[in-house]
Design a protein around this ligand. Structure first.
Ligand code: MN
Length: 149
């Protein structure tokens, strides 16, 4: 298969030449999330660019890992836990998730949250929090109120 040089939007936030996938095998740690892979190893950058969309009231998995993320919201509104802060997300903000930083993205209750997320092609698997990790995270009341597991 040749590498595409242009992928137009087939409809808003759905790009040609790919599939809209379930975020992960359902493990109960996320709610209402889809994923599209926009670029990957074949584009030769060593990075993969994905578009995730979280439905209203939904959230991604609370996780951490060695690899990092660069995230740019392009649809809707929401907020995120990034390491030890709850960050409000507006369109075209830029969020950096550092190595081993806890993170979880949540859509607003009445709007989806769609974001581009860049990662390295070679990357480790996400690690979920232990009960001990959750205890530590919940020592901050704002984080305790925010996280969904
Ligand atoms: Mn992650």
């Amino acid at each position: 298969m040749s590498v595409p040089m242009h992928r137009g939007q087939r409809e808003p936030f759905v790009w040609e030449g790919g599939e809209v996938l379930a975020y992960k095998e359902s493990d109960g740690t996320f709610r209402s999330v889809t994923r599209q892979v926009l670029s990957d190893a074949e584009h030769g950058q060593g990075t993969s660019l994905r578009y995730f969309e979280v439905g209203p009231g939904g959230h991604t998995t609370l996780e951490h890992h060695e690899h990092t993320h660069v995230v740019v919201p392009i649809r809707g509104r929401g907020s995120a836990l990034v390491v030890d802060r709850i960050v409000p997300l507006a369109l075209h903000d830029v969020v950096f998730v550092p190595s081993w930083g806890w993170h979880q993205f949540r859509a607003a209750d009445d709007e989806p949250l769609g974001f581009l997320c860049a990662v390295t092609v070679e990357r480790d698997r996400p690690v979920l929090p232990t009960e001990e990790d959750l205890g530590e995270l919940r020592r901050d009341p704002a984080i305790a109120a925010f996280i969904r597991v």
